[in-house]
Write a protein that binds this ligand. Structure first.
Ligand code: NI
Length: 181
């Protein structure tokens, strides 16, 4: 088990749809353990594999003192909606109101390949929807209305973490001898 670095907004892995898990092997169990440990250390209410740079349909959740995981989730959403604050460990510091289904039934598998059902309302339902979105390359800012999304994007661009993980060109220490370059 290990705490691993969380990929941040701007990393292309967060925009790639993740592949279904086929092998329920030791590697998958290590991934679930790493997701759990990284989520709890953050701390966060959920974490999806692409946030650790792994393109597999796996997420963990942590709501009201209960911790779980789900592999290859298929969601059924209630028509009834909820409004409430949402954030994302890949977009540090941002919190916006985001509309979600109030209740969710999520079918999938545990890390051993046994069928698993996660069912919940409010924060658990929100977390399950948010993490399943990550598996489709969708981020919660995509779900905001136009005005809120604009404000969120501005806040992201102005965040001190934004763009840090990208390659940077070092400024040459050499004099340019008066040439404009
Ligand atoms: Ni997130």
């Amino acid at each position: 088990m290990a705490v691993r670095p969380i990929r941040l907004f701007g990393d292309p892995v967060l925009r790639r749809p993740a592949a279904p898990v086929v092998d329920f092997d030791k590697e998958l169990r290590t991934l679930v353990a790493d997701l759990t440990e990284t989520m709890l250390e953050a701390p966060g209410a959920g974490l999806a594999a692409p946030q650790l740079g792994v393109g597999l349909r796996v997420f963990t959740w942590n709501v009201d003192g209960e911790v779980g995981h789900l592999v290859n989730p298929e969601l059924t959403l209630s028509e009834e909606q909820q409004d409430g604050e949402e954030g994302c460990l890949s977009i540090p510091g941002l919190v916006y109101d985001c509309r979600r289904a109030l209740h969710v039934v999520a079918h999938g598998f545990d890390m051993h390949g046994e069928p698993l059902l996660v069912e919940g309302s409010e924060l658990l339902a929100r977390a399950v929807q948010h993490e399943t979105d990550h598996l489709d390359g969708v981020l919660f800012v995509d779900r905001l209305d136009t005005a809120a999304r604009k404000a969120a994007m501005k806040e992201i661009r102005e965040s001190e973490w934004f763009g840090l993980e990208r390659p940077t060109v070092k400024v040459s220490p050499h004099a340019t001898r008066g040439l404009g370059i």
